[in-house]
Design a protein around this ligand. Structure first.
Ligand code: GLC
Length: 715
């Protein structure tokens, strides 16, 4: 009898990669096409049904695109995979570097870099800024004073200038690496062409069966397992019904419109394009906002990586400048929160202006920018296999500077990173000072990405050792002390205080009376999550979506914790998703808490904006986490909700209200990351192999004791 074709669940097992398949299954995935047919059918290829052969071909396509499925599988054969230096985390970093050139700061090439740009694109590059600039000349002047202006000239090193410019020029000359042609797959529910496999046939499936499908969607993993790789489904997200296809098309158009050009080349995307609202800094390219835009360009079929490369190089260039606020100089590695391109209408010259936090409301440096930059650099390399960019001495140096900021010795007794309020996506006072999960998860993700990309030369080796130690300590700390589920909550509830010495159970001397009432009702018997913050005598029990999803993608959360987090999302769907995905934080601060924690912030009133508002951009993070944990049906359900309103409402930045029913009080319309977040979510659901660009495998070197309390059910 012919062997059954693999199901999508197996694909998840591969993407999860923490659970190596048995050898026979690996055979399916890493042989040549004919080997697959032979190996899988004892009686030969002819015994495979057409459908099975199609699926096998599709899996090969996937292998072609993603050479990084798992370490175990990796060894089994793919030469392409072996050639991917980004798979060498934990063994060797990239070797054989070109000569390292110490150069600083990075500067723009004075002229000629736009020589190949067509006048049309040149003109286009200026249009978006020109109108508003001419009419707001005065505003611009004062703005320029408060921002750090990047002007040309003042080169300290000719070599440096040439080196960075060479990279910049290569994309201009059309030398951007040609990414591997992408093959797309689309999953659809079609009972007529069901392909399934019994659990007993595939040992690695037994673990998957412990993952629960979403009951409310009424769809099992099997019914989601249909794979169609025909060209009509290679659709850049437009593989749905007519309405959703129109929405996807609109999203691509809007994304394109948000492009910001510098010297004729696209370098980023505007935060928002709302003609009806005050611009403030929404006409800038935010580093964190560009991340989903960049990913959309990388996941596109065919990919458009140039904008990502240009963005990475331009922001690196901005990092190289001395950053001063009043008389204080910021750390060398700080990346900007945002930048914009200004046109000097007299000299017809473009100038870059960057904000490192000096202009931001509350004057906080964006701790997350550097992390997003490193993670995007890896995504870019994964997509394009352009390792030359990563190996550039300037890029290596930029990474090291970011990491030096975070790995320097201090008075810390925890491996977590101490932060000011407002240093990340939640860029206003919201009581996240201390050790917020969002930053810790991004920190961990960036450390592991950098670990794959750093070269040992020029101090790299020592840094790599520090990274390794920190990765181990950080994951232990977060998995142990941030994890909360029913069992753990009960333990904390019964904590004794004033325990002295290292044998203390209540390590941070948390007073049980400080546990807020809401958390007892919120905590389901099934599920759990990483809480918002842990520091002496303080646990912030609030749920933050970004930190939890990034913890899943980076494998900061254990496999069992990741599953439990998804369980919680299902169990608390009304609270965390409601009518519009997704709550940035739950619950909102109200009354006295709102007054003391936010400082009476009128923008962050209860269930609005950062204080319990619903942010469509977060859809991509949930989708990625769902795919990684083998629960795509949860993401599909959220995407359906978004499709009911987001486009009709003009792609708002956020929604207000307990269930997210109302367009946010001060929400910008045509918010770019709401647009790109939707696109990536669609592309990942249709082609789960896209996940490899933003997901890491489990770090097998971290020998952490697995936490039994992370199981979804109490014993
Ligand atoms: C808001 C958000 C911030 C985002 C910026 C630009 O300030 O809080 O996270 O980067 O808008 O969209």
């Amino acid at each position: 009898m012919a062997r059954m074709a693999p199901t999508l669940a197996q694909l998840f097992a591969l993407l999860k990669n923490d659970e190596p398949s048995d050898d026979s299954e690996i055979g399916i995935l890493f042989g040549t096409s004919s080997e697959i047919l032979q190996a899988e059918s004892p009686a030969g290829a002819n015994e495979l049904s057409v459908r099975e052969a199609e699926v096998a071909e599709w899996l090969l396509d996937l292998q072609y695109k993603d050479s990084t499925v798992s370490a175990t599988e990796n060894e089994s054969s793919s030469p392409e995979k072996d050639s991917d230096p980004l798979n060498k985390e934990g063994s060797k970093a990239i070797e054989k570097p070109p000569d390292y050139i110490e150069i600083y700061p990075y500067l723009d090439k004075p002229s000629g870099s736009s020589k190949n740009a067509s006048p049309k694109s040149e003109k286009k590059s200026l249009i978006s800024e020109k109108g508003s600039l001419e009419s707001k000349e005065k505003q611009k002047e004062s703005e320029e004073k408060s921002l750090i202006s990047i002007s040309e000239g003042g080169l300290e090193s000719k070599e440096e200038e040439e080196s960075l410019e060479k990279a910049w020029d290569s994309s201009e000359k059309g030398e951007a690496p040609t990414p591997k042609p992408k093959k797309s797959v689309r999953m659809k529910c079609n009972e007529n062409v069901s392909v399934s496999v019994s659990v007993s046939e595939i040992p690695s499936m037994s673990k998957l069966m412990t993952l629960k499908s979403c009951p409310s969607v009424g769809m099992s993993l099997e019914s989601f397992d249909q794979i169609d790789s025909s060209p009509m489904f290679r659709s850049n997200g437009a593989g749905g019904n007519g309405e959703s296809n129109a929405m996807v098309e609109e999203a691509w158009e809007l994304l394109k419109k948000s492009y910001v050009y510098y010297k004729g080349k696209e370098v980023g995307t505007l935060a928002a394009m709302d003609p009806s609202a005050e611009t403030l800094n929404y006409n800038q390219v935010f580093v964190r906002d560009f991340f989903p835009s960049g990913l959309a360009c990388l996941m596109k079929d065919p990919p458009e990586p140039e904008i990502v490369k240009n963005f990475l190089l331009k922001t690196l260039h901005l990092q190289g400048w001395e950053k001063r606020i009043d008389n204080f100089t910021l750390g060398e590695g700080v990346m900007p929160a945002s930048f914009k391109v200004l046109l000097d209408s007299h000299r017809l010259k473009e100038t870059l202006i960057a904000d490192f936090g000096g202009s931001a409301i509350g004057r906080v440096a964006p701790l997350d920018s550097g992390f997003w930059w490193i993670i995007l650099l890896r995504s870019y390399s994964k997509c394009t296999r352009d390792y030359a960019l990563v190996e550039l001495p300037e890029v290596q140096r930029g990474m090291k500077l970011i990491l030096n900021l975070c790995l320097s010795d201090g008075f810390d007794t925890f491996p977590t990173l101490l932060c000011a309020d407002g240093c990340s996506m939640i860029d206003r006072r919201m009581g996240i000072y201390g050790y917020p999960i969002e930053i810790q998860a991004l920190f961990y993700f960036a450390l592991r990405c950098a670990r794959q990309m750093l070269k040992p030369e020029r101090g790299g080796k020592e840094l790599i050792e520090r990274i390794d130690k920190r990765i181990t300590a950080l994951s232990f700390h977060i998995q142990q002390y941030y994890w909360l589920d029913f069992t753990q909550l009960n333990k904390i509830y019964r904590y004794k205080t004033e325990e002295y010495s290292h044998t203390a159970v209540n390590k941070f001397n948390v007073i049980p009376e400080s546990i807020p009432d809401w958390v007892f009702d919120f905590m389901p018997l099934r599920g759990g999550y990483l809480i918002g913050n842990v520091s002496p005598a303080r646990m912030d029990f609030r749920w933050f979506l970004l930190g939890n999803c990034i913890a899943i993608l980076s494998c900061l959360a254990t496999g069992a914790q990741a599953t439990a987090i998804m369980d919680l999302v299902e169990e608390r769907w009304e609270d965390l998703v409601g009518e519009m995905p997704l709550k940035i934080v739950y619950p909102a601060l109200e009354g006295h808490d709102w007054r003391t924690v936010t400082g009476f912030d009128p923008k962050n009133t209860r269930w609005s904006y950062h204080n319990g508002g619903s942010w469509p951009v977060l859809l991509w993070l949930l989708t990625a986490a769902c795919i990684k944990t083998g629960r795509p049906q949860i993401a599909k359900r959220a995407i359906e909700l978004v499709e009911q309103r987001l486009s009709k409402d003009g792609w708002p930045e956020y929604y207000d209200g307990k269930t997210g029913r109302y367009i946010g009080k001060q929400a910008r319309k045509y918010q770019t990351w709401s647009i790109s977040g939707y696109l990536i979510a669609k592309m990942m659901i249709e082609n789960p192999s896209n996940l490899v660009m933003i997901s890491l495998e489990e770090d097998k070197r971290i020998a952490n004791p697995r936490l039994t309390r992370s199981a979804s059910f109490p014993p």
